[in-house]
Design a binder for this molecule. Structure first.
Ligand SMILES: [Zn+2]
Length: 193
């Protein structure tokens, strides 16, 4: 099981055969990432809304299924050492950095990282609405207001997901310092077996 690096603030894309296991790893701790998943023909994609429908909750962990927009299982979380991930927020985008943070030039972002990685793997990804923002600690207050805390992942923590169909998956090591404890972006790692 060879671990592969996702350099800080960048993305990768690859095929994942049904039944294979994807491990995502936070080598340094406190770093979140985004996962996008499509059927290999591009006709189905991860849907947060359908995952909420069939799971009945907004937080997913061990044993939970990530569903497609056509109501088929895409991935099952097999093990999870972190226990908190987000399915509410869209992947960070250039427009988001401009509106929320006043960025004027280019800013690396998960949306572009994922879309370019998916295009490289033969998928037409846009509009890319739903991602699993793994290790991201988003909180929902009783009145519905949202906030986030630094990821709970410690150095070396991981999550394992099993592919429930042949997939194209993209991963991005999120370059947003706000949801990663204010630190500079750090790398992630992954392996497939
Ligand atoms: Zn991001």
């Amino acid at each position: 099981m060879e671990k592969q690096l996702i350099a800080a603030g960048t993305g990768v894309g690859f095929r994942l055969q049904r039944g294979s296991l994807l491990t995502v790893i936070d080598p340094e701790g406190g770093q979140s990432g985004d996962l996008a998943a499509f059927s290999v023909d591009g006709s189905e994609r991860l849907s947060s809304g359908r995952t909420f429908d069939y799971g009945g909750k907004i937080y997913v962990s061990t044993g939970d299924v990530l569903w497609s927009d056509r109501s088929n299982p895409l991935l099952t979380i097999v093990t999870d050492q972190v226990g908190r991930h987000d399915l509410l927020y869209a992947p960070c985008s250039l427009e988001m950095y401009r509106k929320q943070y006043g960025v004027t030039g280019y800013h690396a972002n998960c949306h572009d990282n994922l879309c370019s990685a998916l295009r490289g793997a033969g998928i037409d990804p846009e509009p890319l609405v739903s991602t699993l923002n793994f290790f991201m600690d988003a909180r929902v207050a009783a009145d519905g207001s949202l906030s986030f805390e630094p990821p709970r992942s410690r150095a070396g923590d991981s999550m394992v997901l099993r592919a429930e169909m042949d997939l194209v998956v993209a991963l991005s090591a999120c370059p947003a310092s706000t949801c990663n404890g204010g630190a500079a972006p750090r790398p992630l790692m992954f392996s497939v077996e």
